[in-house]
Design a protein around this ligand. Structure first.
Ligand SMILES: Cc1cc2nc3c(=O)[nH]c(=O)nc-3n(C[C@H](O)[C@H](O)[C@H](O)COP(=O)(O)OP(=O)(O)OC[C@H]3O[C@@H](n4cnc5c(N)ncnc54)[C@H](O)[C@@H]3O)c2cc1C
Length: 568
């Protein structure tokens, strides 16, 4: 193994969080090596289906038989299609062992899952940071909203968030560029909720699509969202935030960024004399050659389960169970979002009303349970998202007529339908964990990850509460034919498919019960930072990635301050 060259910083992974790390480091002049296991995906030129119409795709966008056999696992994901499969891994690329069923959704390329994500972004509030302590279901977070507020604003100004200022204490307002609009039926439901409830409010979703545009995004060469709703193919207009359209090209312009693709970080190397990491051990995907890269600081942004894997695999005489893992808690308290519950309904009337485009967000009802008072039946909070739409598809199937009449009839939209979902906080549990297989390795010789993650009775109680509250709100607003669906019972939906897995290397003030301090540094190896979802002590009810970005920007600036003060 030969030593390649030195950098100030090594960042592992170029997805949502890694993109933010390199943007912050390079902007302040730090020479940064970004190591990415996937291939290069250049903004615009590497989005092969961005302009393709469905009828131009060989299988009209559907999953093929080969997808369903060769990629049985990953092709379960809702966004996996003929138009997007090149942004997902193949199952064989990284085998893992499901001790309990867990669908691990992965996208390995420059940009990671930032190309695929659904872009919903809400801030956490003090309710989420304080809830684990207050309701005694996890270790106390070492930070509170005031630590994060400036970093949320910092990230949002650059990313460009669509949304309105709603004044909701448990979902603080974001810095926004404009907003998408509710359609008339959604507005009617929102009005009905406003009239009947003092504890809840329906708002238009906040998302990283440019409903409007400001100087910061224009300077990045991005333009306004046209509501094509083809985002997960890559947006040639840069109208949604991805590492590829935003943070990475910005960082490259500084001249301080080196990107190394097709390279897996196998482990972080520890030096017992300095009590610090010296760098990382890598494997070249094509040649299988191993190399060491050295730096002052290592940032792990390989996505939640991969950062766990890398650290558990970073064994030394001092840390035989994984770097910084004296308390044995690494890999434990993996959590995710409960997406089991869904409600559908019809909404009579409003036949003369329609909407423009395919809006890239829904209407949200921020959490209203376990916020100001504790529920008797379950812990944790959930938010609700819903949309109202004209049912053109069902109408098409049922349309009568022949030839031109048939085609003309198809253009008439059907009645209004409502689709409503929950996003529920799954409580961190010691039993929900990942660990390394003692004997099975993947095709690169890395230990396979064992996932042992499941729902609990609390998740069922929360889902029942959602069914009750959602049905009540829709009934009061005038909806009919309301149906509830447990997607686990109906389709065998497993944890993982929501792609919000977090934890395993949690933050906390106490090194006996946590792995990372309040700035995301390993308690026992302070020049290693973990700022992807692995660092999360609990998951809250909000979509997680905005918080990963804000935590990353905050930790990166802290790391640079420490380096400049010669403390690292
Ligand atoms: C369809 C879809 C919809 C989603 N919708 C939302 C949403 O609306 N809101 C939200 O907040 N989140 C959403 N998510 C989740 C969101 O995409 C993730 O939370 C986010 O991408 C995580 O960022 P990350 O930086 O941790 O990881 P990623 O974006 O996955 O990036 C990790 C990178 O690390 C690389 N890597 C992995 N292992 C190694 C290694 N050993 N060495 C080197 N490189 C490595 C990978 O190749 C990858 O590029 C969605 C995800 C999907 C797929």
């Amino acid at each position: 193994m030969d030593r390649e060259r030195d950098f100030d910083i090594i960042v592992v992974g170029s997805g949502i969080s890694g993109g933010w790390a390199v943007k912050e480091f390079t902007e302040r002049g730090f020479k940064t090596l970004l190591i990415e296991r996937g291939r290069m995906v250049k903004h615009i030129q590497d989005y092969p289906t961005a302009y393709t119409d469905t009828w131009e795709l060989e299988h009209r966008g559907q999953k093929t038989r080969e997808d369903l056999t060769r990629n049985k696992g990953i092709s379960k994901h809702y966004a996996y299609s003929e138009a997007t499969r090149h942004f997902y891994i193949n199952d064989e690329d990284q085998e893992y062992i499901q001790e309990k069923p867990f669908d691990w959704v992965r996208g390995y390329q420059v940009g990671g899952k930032s190309l695929l994500w659904a872009r919903q972004t809400q801030r956490w509030s003090d309710f989420e940071f304080d809830a684990p302590r207050k309701y005694e279901y996890a270790a106390d977070w070492p930070i509170r909203y005031q630590d994060m507020a400036p970093w949320y604003a910092h990230v949002e100004r650059f990313v460009g968030i669509a949304g309105t200022k709603d004044g909701i204490p448990n979902m603080p307002d974001s810095e926004v560029v404009g907003a998408f609009e509710m359609n008339q039926v959604e507005q009617a439901i929102a009005n009905s909720i406003a009239q009947r409830y003092s504890d809840r409010k329906a708002i238009i979703g906040r998302c990283a699509n440019l409903a409007g545009i400001k100087e910061e995004q224009i300077a990045q060469g991005r333009s306004r969202c046209m509501a094509r709703s083809l985002c997960e193919r890559g947006c040639p207009f840069g109208a949604y935030f991805s590492s590829n359209s935003s943070t990475l090209p910005y960082a490259e312009k500084t001249g301080n960024l080196t990107i190394m693709m097709d390279t897996i970080v196998e482990s972080v190397l520890y030096d017992d004399k300095t009590k610090k990491a010296i760098g990382v051990q890598t494997i070249d995907l094509k040649t299988k050659n191993k190399k060491i890269f050295k730096s002052i600081v290592v940032f792990l942004n390989a996505s939640t389960l991969n950062s766990n894997l890398i650290l558990l695999n970073s064994k030394s005489d001092r840390f035989p169970n994984g770097l910084g893992n004296d308390n044995g808690l690494m890999g434990k308290y993996i959590t995710f979002h409960n997406y089991r519950g869904r409600i559908t309904a019809d909404f009579p009337g409003y036949e003369n009303s329609y909407y423009y485009g395919r809006r890239p967000t829904q209407v949200f009802i921020p959490a209203f349970k376990n916020i100001h008072r504790a529920e008797q039946t379950f812990k944790g909070s959930y938010l609700i998202a819903f949309a109202a739409y004209r049912d053109s598809w069902a109408r098409g199937i049922a349309t009568e007529g022949l030839g031109a009449d048939f085609k003309d009839n198809l253009l008439e939209p059907g009645g209004w339908k409502i689709s409503m979902m929950m996003q529920g906080e799954v409580l961190p549990s010691f039993n929900n964990h990942v660990r390394l297989s003692p004997d099975k390795v993947d095709k690169y010789g890395l230990p396979q990850l064992i996932t042992s993650v499941d729902y609990s009775a609390n998740d069922m109680m929360m889902m029942e509460d959602f069914f009750k509250e959602g049905t009540e709100m829709l009934t009061q607003a005038g909806a009919g034919n309301i149906r509830t669906l447990d997607q686990h019972e109906a389709f065998g939906r497993q944890p993982g498919l929501e792609v919000h897995e977090v934890g395993g290397v949690r933050m906390g003030n106490d090194p006996n019960t946590s792995l990372l301090n309040r700035y995301n540094q390993l308690h026992l190896c302070e020049n290693v930072f973990v700022t992807d979802g692995a660092c999360m002590t609990s998951i809250g009810n909000q979509n997680p990635s905005l918080t990963f970005m804000a935590l990353t920007a905050r930790a990166a600036n802290h790391a640079m301050d420490l380096i400049q003060e010669k403390k690292l």
